[in-house]
Design a binder for this molecule. Structure first.
Ligand code: SRM
Ligand code: SF4
Length: 555
């Protein structure tokens, strides 16, 4: 299908000898801090990206210096879970080998930036010693599998959560290249042992994303994924999952063939066996029918819209050998994190700390990184990352709660979580500059400042308590999911953003583009006008997103 004019990445994949490429030669080339171009595509499948410090590009170019290359590594953490021991290891690795900042991503895992080439192997070895890896967190393959984070969401959270790992394992590539290259394990001589019936040698046409949501909280933004599984639970029993397919948010400025799309629910599957089979075969259909010529149109959402929902479902049922049942009713009411302490039905406690844009550092009065290390050292809390880029110190027994709280107080974490405004706590920005090569504008370095300028406007209209979801990205790829925010800001050029309005609180509606290419002054002016009118004209209980959409439709 669409095999003509394959995109250059297709050749790199099939000729990579099981994702080995010439990475080893690239690594030992001491003349440059970079790796060969083809290998830059291959190492993505091992969870890394080559980047350079964009702040220094011009100055270095003027001095005729090579770019300042470094690497970003992203961990595979199904459901976003780390033990305290694994947190301590991650903390130490970040300090030794990277910039030191640990970044919680919008997909529930952590990234380290700024690794120089010679530090990649020691980093992977240290993660491996902590039973952690970065396999398949990037590249044309199934990525980190998400699951609703907070254990309070359901008494059977653990049972649903286990699916994230099961799916991650099911869709892991068979190649042992990761172990050979980065961990010096024995070379595979007979490549037959790593034959891969799922990915073959061409992998998928594009990245592939899966999330599991436990209603009523859609914290994972389940409809933004290629496959979304919605747990159906009755009387504390997992009946199965509604299956949604074809979600994806990225667009390209000026390319009208690209669009954001929310996943469509196609049916319900009951047993574990059937659910996993369905997930697997959805992936094989995308492997076989996805567009391998134009990477801009290669995600499952485009395949689905091209072949049609009916055809896709029929093909899926043919491949799995059973019919999907009719989708069961479900209701999402929010997407938020429950900041502070909450306890579940077993009197086990979970503290959600606010981490602005997921950046774990010691900055100003908030020594978050030190606090998390001290908590980890007590061994009394697990670490769960949320898709809103926050951290939950989870599974704390009642008798250990005050000890954990004392540490959080001592390092300013409680004060910061409590003092941050509702808007700030419901905000999210992508990395963007200075590391993201695709950034057109700032993301996480700028949103905090902009929020400080929006807060007085909210105050003026007595809207400080409103939990309005605001998200910013430095380009239209949508890494902080701005297209499902109530207020979305999508970078077009330095200092300029498209302004979107009208997402709902539970992530079941795309917002609408409102105005293009606004600078800060115009953004603040628009928000002042809109928030003022919202204050006066909103209906009882109406969220800002609902109000804005209603108004946009009217005008
Ligand atoms: Fe993303 C590419 C960061 C979530 C859509 N994303 C990138 C790269 C790797 C840039 C690159 O290709 O060189 C960024 C690295 C920046 C850096 O310096 O760290 C990057 N994406 C991120 C993260 C770290 C944003 C964050 O601040 O949290 C998120 C990491 C998630 C993870 O742990 O795996 C991240 N990216 C997303 C999401 C949100 C989601 O998945 O829920 C999206 C939109 C949803 C979707 O996929 O449709 C997203 N990222 C993209 C795209 C557009 C994909 C497409 O369909 O066209 C790209 C560009 C690409 O793949 O070509 C991209
Ligand atoms: Fe980079 Fe764009 Fe993703 Fe932001 S949205 S991290 S600028 S690719």
């Amino acid at each position: 299908m669409l095999a003509k004019n394959l995109s250059p990445i297709e050749k790199i994949k099939t000729e990579s000898s099981g994702l080995r490429g010439s990475i080893i030669e690239s690594l030992y080339n001491e003349i440059t801090g970079a790796i060969r171009e083809d290998d830059q595509a291959v190492i993505k499948f091992h969870g890394m990206y080559q980047q350079d410090d964009r702040d220094q590009r011009e100055e270095r170019a003027a001095k005729k210096l090579d770019r300042l290359y470094s690497f970003m590594i992203r961990l595979r953490l199904p459901g976003g879970f780390l033990t305290p021991r694994q947190w301590i290891a991650s903390h130490e690795i970040a300090g030794k080998n990277s910039t030191g900042v640990i970044k919680i991503t919008s997909r529930q895992t952590i990234q380290l930036h700024g690794l120089i080439k010679s530090k990649i192997k020691p980093t992977i070895a240290a993660f491996n010693a902590a039973e952690l890896d970065s396999i398949a967190t990037c590249g044309d393959i199934n990525r980190n599998v998400l699951c609703t984070s907070n254990p309070i969401q359901s008494p059977i959270h653990e049972e649903v959560f286990a699916y994230a790992d099961k799916i991650s394992q099911l869709l892991m590539p068979k190649t042992k290249a990761y172990y050979e290259i980065w961990l010096d394990q024995e070379k595979i001589v007979d490549r037959k042992v790593e034959e891969d019936p799922l990915y073959e040698d061409r992998y998928l046409p594009r990245k592939f994303k899966i999330a599991i949501a436990i209603p009523p909280n859609n914290d994972v933004d389940v409809f933004a994924n290629d496959i979304g599984l919605i747990a159906v639970i009755e009387n504390n029993k997992l009946l199965g999952f509604n299956i949604a397919i074809g979600g994806g948010l990225s667009t390209t400025h000026g390319n009208t063939n690209t669009y954001a799309r929310l996943a469509t629910v196609i049916g319900f599957s009951d047993t574990e066996d059937r659910t996993l089979k369905a997930v697997y075969e959805i992936v094989t259909i995308q492997r076989d029918f996805g567009n391998r010529s134009d990477r801009k149109l290669a995600r499952l959402k485009y395949t689905l819209d091209r072949v049609g929902l009916d055809w896709f479902k029929e093909e899926l049922e043919r491949r799995v050998g059973f019919e999907l049942q009719e989708a069961r009713p479900y209701q999402f009411t929010s997407r938020k994190d429950y900041f502070g302490w909450v306890s579940d039905d077993k009197d086990v406690w979970h503290y959600t700390a606010f981490v602005e844009n997921g950046r774990i550092t010691d900055e100003g009065k908030v020594k978050l990184k030190s606090a998390l290390l001290e908590v980890a050292k007590t061994g009394k809390a697990n670490f769960r990352f949320t898709c809103n880029q926050n951290v939950i110190l989870s599974d704390v027994d009642l008798q250990d709660k005050s000890g954990v709280e004392e540490i959080l107080n001592q390092f300013g974490v409680v004060a910061n979580t409590e003092a941050s405004s509702s808007l700030r706590k419901n905000s999210m920005a992508c990395v963007a500059l200075n590391t993201c090569p695709l950034a057109l504008a700032e993301g996480q370095r700028y949103l905090p400042t902009l929020i400080s300028k929006i807060e007085p406007i909210l105050k003026k209209y007595f809207l400080e308590e409103e939990e309005i979801i605001i998200r910013m990205t430095g380009c239209p790829n949508g890494c902080a999911r701005p297209y499902v925010a109530e207020i979305g800001l999508v970078g077009t050029a330095l200092g300029h953003y498209n302004l979107h309005f009208g997402g709902d609180r539970s992530g079941q509606r795309l917002n609408r583009p409102y105005k293009e290419n606004l600078n800060e002054e115009s953004i603040l002016m628009e928000l002042d006008g809109w928030l003022g009118r919202y204050r006066l004209e909103r209906r009882m209980g109406e969220s800002f997103g609902d109000y804005a959409l209603r108004e946009i439709k009217l005008n």
